[in-house]
Design a protein around this ligand. Structure first.
Ligand code: KG4
Ligand code: ZN
Length: 362
């Protein structure tokens, strides 16, 4: 089969970003062969809607998706200078996420596909994050993935498309969730990640001795835990009260150092395991790939820690640009394109259910 180009519309509504994107991808021999181009990437963040509540309110999120999705899809077609009839497939997040929001994107995607007689593909949001690095870089399978977002914290071997092995995950809070809760207890804004990162830059990372949960627990394997860290931070904040900017900076920096240690240590262990168990024969000194994705991957300090860890294990680190780390529809279009090219489409796509929970690995 000769090389050709496909165009996919992607929709994302699983949390508090309403997004529509159009991605162009080169295809040959049943697979997408390179990064391709993001022709449109429309994102409406609902941060202002949810900020007064210190977290996402599902009912408000669903209503906002319903109000804005149509307009964003129109804007995406305008940005790309393409029409619905130019699309090869339509992809929408089918879960996991807040069910009201998922239903809106999924139903909109199905309706467009029916109206235009195009293939519809329901996408696992986590697969979108897992493949997001392939939007901008030629990262070949297999690779090790650290997925760190507001809802997820997991280490996965990405062996190939639709072939993921879970290596470790959080036993309680996701990393982004820990950042958001830490910010809340220091009365910082929502979302907490960027705010803590900003404050931590001026702080002393060794000011407070906070725990590194599970790192010394031989039975913990490659799992994570952040709830004990959050409790220890609360106690340190209560002891340091009343808080001023300097004290907040020290608390934020100490918290971030502990998170950095947990992520770097467990990811290093996972890199060693991935090298031992990689599905193809490897030279002992082969350079392998580590991809970090999800909203927390936008954090510069954590990126630097993971970059050092990767270098020490002879892995090349790939981190998507910040706008593709946080929730977006380009990654959903990309996942849709990869599935379309490979013929990995449900037999009855219109029956694709919306799922609140949907683990990526089998
Ligand atoms: O991937 P994402 O946009 O949504 C989910 O699928 O969860 O991730 C959002 C999460 C939020 O918890 C936010 O606080 C966190 O990512 N985040 C950060 C940073 N930017 C966003 N965490 C740490 N440092 C950042 N710079
Ligand atoms: Zn996400």
């Amino acid at each position: 089969m000769a090389e050709n180009t496909i165009y996919v519309l992607g929709l994302e509504t699983s949390c508090d970003e309403t997004a529509a994107a159009i991605v162009e991808m080169p295809v040959a021999h049943g697979r997408v062969t390179g990064p391709g181009r993001i022709l449109a990437n429309q994102i409406l963040s609902q941060i202002e809607t949810h900020a007064p509540y210190g977290g996402v309110v599902p009912e408000l999120a669903a209503r906002a998706h319903l109000s804005h999705l149509d307009r964003l899809i129109g804007a995406a077609f305008e940005e790309a200078a393409l029409r619905l009839s130019d699309m090869d497939a339509i992809a929408a997040t089918a879960g996991p996420g807040l069910i009201g929001g998922v239903l809106i994107g999924l139903t909109t995607g199905k309706a467009l596909a029916l109206a235009a007689d195009k293939p519809f593909i329901g996408i696992n949001h986590l697969e979108g994050h897992a493949l997001s690095a392939r939007l901008t870089e030629a990262v070949d399978f297999p690779y090790l993935l650290l997925l760190v977002s507001g809802g997820h914290c997991q280490l996965l071997a990405v062996n190939g498309l639709d072939d993921y092995t879970a290596l470790g995950q959080t036993l309680d809070d996701a990393v982004g969730e820990a950042y958001d809760k830490a910010a809340k207890l220091m009365s910082l804004g929502y979302p907490g990640g960027p705010e803590i990162e900003k404050r931590a830059r001026h702080g002393n990372r060794m000011a407070h001795k906070l725990p590194r949960p599970l790192l010394n627990d031989a039975k913990a394997g490659l799992d994570f835990s952040f709830s004990g860290l959050k409790t220890a931070l609360r106690q340190a904040a209560e002891k340091a009260a009343p808080l001023d900017d300097d004290k907040v900076a020290d608390l934020a920096a100490s918290f971030e150092a502990a998170v950095g240690d947990c992520l770097a240590t467990q990811t290093s262990r996972a890199m060693r395991r991935f090298r031992r168990t990689a599905p193809m024969p490897l030279a002992a000194d082969a350079t392998l790939n580590l991809v970090v994705a999800g909203g927390v991957a936008a954090n510069h300090y954590l990126r630097a820690r993971l970059s050092d860890a990767a270098a020490a294990e002879n892995f090349t680190l790939f981190v998507p640009p910040p706008a593709l780390c946080t929730d977006n529809a380009a990654m959903i279009a990309r996942a849709g394109g990869e599935r379309f090219a490979a013929g990995l489409i449900e037999a009855r796509p219109m029956a694709t259910p919306a799922r609140a929970r949907w683990p990526l690995s089998r």
